[in-house]
Each structure stands twice: as structure tokens, then as C-alpha cells.
Design a protein around this ligand. Structure first.
Ligand code: G3P
Length: 218
């Protein structure tokens, strides 16, 4: 299972990278805005900085909602760095754009997936990744994990190569359940990733090992 971090914060990306388990980064316009990144040049520079930290796929989202605009933006983003994956929303022109990028060998991440039908269309268009938003489904009392399982089943039925990138991950249980179902990738905040480390018995056990060592070694 690949681990992506879902942030545009360079310090957090570096921290996850330093752990040695990071496979990529996902960003979106909200996450870029959260870091105060605005203006074309600053946005481009920021994506380049992320690509210099991580040796893996970095999703950069288009803002346009029409085919021509998405193509123009996506091609410019893809030229920034070989790590860039063009992130495109699941709308009619988005599907056309994904097909266009896919035919040109440009990697894509189809975002804002909330149904199996959307995921099926994205795979048909040749998306590299499809991003179902688990947490946002949970927010509206719908089990996001059911969608991951449904998409896994459909993709396996037809051997689609599109990777399921479980997004809007909020906590470690999401990550574990995604791994159980067989999501190819998860993207979440650093806090959800590092929370996988936590277990009180580990803390108690380590404290005991160290105190026993001190008893005989001073
Ligand atoms: O990867 C999608 C993600 O950024 C959305 O997460 O927590 O805003 O629902 P969230």
C-alpha cells in the first residue's frame, strides 16, 4: 500500500519523507490556500519545491472546469516535473481531459469521487488514480469504506489498472480499513500516519525495558 501525504505544507512533507515511508503527495486548491500560496508563479514554485522533497507522485489540481482550460493547465503542470500528476475533477469535461492526458502518457488523479459510477467512468477514461473521499462521506452519515470496497470489486472484475487512492482520510482506523480492503494508496494528514505508531503497551513495554536496563547498568 502506498502512503501519500495530503498537504501542501513543506515541513510536514519533509517530516513524512524523513520517516522513510512516503510514496507521494496530494494537494488541492484548499490545501494550497491554507499555506497562503497564491499567484501563478508562487503556485508553480511551490509544486516544484514539493517535487524536490519527495521522490514520488505529486498531485497538482487544475482550476479550470472546461476541457480546453484543463488541457492547457494540465499540460503546463505536467511539464513542471516528472513527479507531477494532474488532478482533475469528475465532471464531463474532466473525463474528456483524463482521456486526453491518458492518451498522451500524462498521469492523472480523478478527484471528488463519491460514487462507484464516477470511479467506473474515471477508470474507463484511463485515470492513473481515482480519489474517493472517505471522510467527507462519513461526514454525511455514509460509510466511506463501503465505497472503497465497491470500487475495489469493480476494478478487480475488469482488471482496471487505475489505482484506488483513498482520500479524505482522517484517522488511523481509516488507513487500516483501507489496507484491509485493498486500496492501492491512501492519502491523509501526517497526524493520521504517525498515529499508526501509537499503542499504550508499546510505551509501557519500552519504559520497562529501559528501567530494567538501568537497574543493572546504572
Ligand atoms: O485528498 C482529499 C482531501 O484533501 C480532502 O480531505 O479532510 O478536506 O475531506 P478533507
Amino acid at each position: 500500500m502506498k502512503f501519500f501525504i495530503d498537504t501542501a505544507n513543506l515541513k510536514m512533507i519533509q517530516e513524512a519523507q524523513d520517516l522513510g515511508i512516503l510514496d507521494g503527495v496530494t494537494t488541492n486548491p484548499s490545501l494550497m490556500a491554507k499555506e497562503g500560496i497564491s499567484g501563478e508563479k508562487n503556485i508553480i514554485d511551490h509544486y516544484k519545491k514539493i517535487c524536490e522533497i519527495v521522490d514520488g507522485d505529486v498531485s497538482a489540481e487544475v482550476i479550470s472546469t472546461n476541457f480546453e482550460g484543463m488541457i492547457e493547465e494540465g499540460e503546463a503542470l505536467a511539464e513542471l516535473h516528472s513527479n507531477i500528476v494532474v488532478k482533475v475533477p469528475i465532471i464531463k469535461d474532466g473525463i474528456k481531459a483524463i482521456k486526453y492526458f491518458s492518451d498522451k502518457g500524462i498521469k492523472t488523479n480523478c478527484t471528488l469521487i463519491f460514487s462507484a459510477g464516477q470511479a467506473l467512468l474515471a477508470a474507463k477514461a484511463g485515470a492513473t488514480y481515482v480519489s474517493p473521499f472517505i471522510g467527507r462521506l462519513d461526514d454525511v452519515s455514509t460509510d466511506g469504506m463501503d465505497l472503497i470496497a465497491q470500487i475495489r470489486g469493480i476494478y478487480d472484475n475488469y482488471l482496471f489498472e487505475t489505482e484506488i487512492l483513498a482520500a479524505s482520510v482522517r484517522h488511523p482506523i481509516h488507513i487500516i480499513q483501507c489496507a484491509e480492503i485493498g486500496a492501492d494508496v491512501m492519502t491523509g494528514p501526517l497526524s493520521a500516519i504517525t498515529a499508526l505508531l501509537n499503542h499504550p503497551l508499546t510505551d509501557i513495554g519500552l519504559a520497562k525495558f529501559l528501567s530494567d536496563f538501568k537497574k543493572v547498568n546504572g
